[in-house]
Design a protein around this ligand. Structure first.
Ligand code: C2E
Ligand code: MG
Ligand code: MG
Ligand code: MG
Length: 280
């Protein structure tokens, strides 16, 4: 249809679309190769409780160890994985990897089932795939983990499409014992009445609010409001992207004691993570 709409403008439009599309294809193919060749790695960022002074968990974060370009973070490729559908396979792999990692951590004696949990990010497309509940059950079951030690992080994007399906699926997973965190809280478009309906356990305060909470009055008020919401919905909370003592002091003043961020540690590979655990 668009093609018939007048010459020059259309030719230009088509050309630029083509560039984007072929660039996209190149990236897609590279990612497909990376997945097949085992170039993806999972890093783990410790989550620290400043009250008990203990590492209480970790978030699994995908990395691409590119043979030439080095370590590449997901910001530059998660969207391509999601839109191409490759996130289904990559996500399955991350989940399996995380469960195996937990099992090794347990065997090392560095953590127990009752004092540590592992968080895995789940994209909207992954969450909505049929068989997702079975996939989670099987991944956890194959490592003999109690499901309570796995947390699934979802964003508001998961919720927006179909709230009752979402709630139903979450409930099924929670019956297994898995818990749920709402990630990047406050950055999406869902309303509080939506959130109230979700069977959540944990709210993650997005780093965009944490960044200036100690220096900017508006951000301080936003964080205060988010903490109040978490309290009234009876959710645990954790702050993301904590980089400075000032941010931590502010958060502790709000009685938010759990955090992850460069102040405590960046995401680490498995060896470095184990080293950190054995030192703390
Ligand atoms: P997220 O789930 O909100 O993860 C937190 C991000 O903040 C991570 O970025 C982490 O490295 C970064 N971060 C942690 N501490 C600090 C800090 O103190 N300062 C700053 N500036 N950043 C900090 P990363 O690893 O680049 O991941 C970006 C996003 O990609 C994640 O955001 C998540 O939405 C997505 N992602 C990562 N791994 C996966 C995965 O396995 N599956 C899916 N579906 N998404 C993933
Ligand atoms: Mg996350
Ligand atoms: Mg987040
Ligand atoms: Mg984020």
């Amino acid at each position: 249809r668009v093609k018939e709409a007048g010459r020059n403008g259309v030719a230009f439009f088509e050309q630029s679309m083509q560039v984007t599309a072929s660039k996209r294809l190149v990236v897609e193919n590279q990612l497909r190769r990376a997945l097949a060749l085992g170039e993806f790695k999972v890093y783990y960022q410790p989550q620290f409780d400043s009250l008990s002074h203990r590492v209480v968990g970790a978030e699994a974060l995908l990395r691409w160890e590119h043979p030439e370009q080095g370590l590449i973070g997901p910001a530059s490729f998660i969207k391509v994985l999601e839109e191409s559908g490759m996130i289904i396979e990559a996500g399955r792999w991350v989940l399996a990897e995380a469960c195996q990692f937990f099992s090794r951590l347990r065997e090392s004696g560095l953590v127990g089932f009752d004092n540590f949990s592992l968080s895995v990010n789940i994209s909207p497309r992954q969450f909505r795939q049929s068989g997702f509940v079975d996939l989670v059950r099987d991944s956890i079951g194959s490592q003999d983990l109690p499901p309570g030690c796995i947390k699934l992080e979802i964003t508001e994007g998961v919720v927006i499409e179909n709230i009752s399906d979402t709630v139903e699926k979450m409930q099924e997973l929670r019956q297994l014992g898995v818990s749920f965190a709402i990630d990047d809280f406050g950055t999406g478009y869902s309303s509080l009445s939506y959130l109230k309906r979700l069977p959540l356990d944990l709210l993650k305060i997005d780093q965009s609010f944490v960044r200036d909470c100690a220096s900017n009055g508006n951000d301080a008020e936003i964080v205060r409001a988010i903490v109040a919401i978490a309290r009234s919905l009876k959710l645990d909370m954790i702050a993301e992207g904590v980089e400075t003592e000032e941010q931590l002091t502010f958060l502790r003043g709000m009685a938010c004691h759990c955090y992850q961020g460069y102040l405590f540690s960046p995401p680490l590979d498995e060896t470095a993570f184990m080293d950190l655990l054995s030192r703390t």
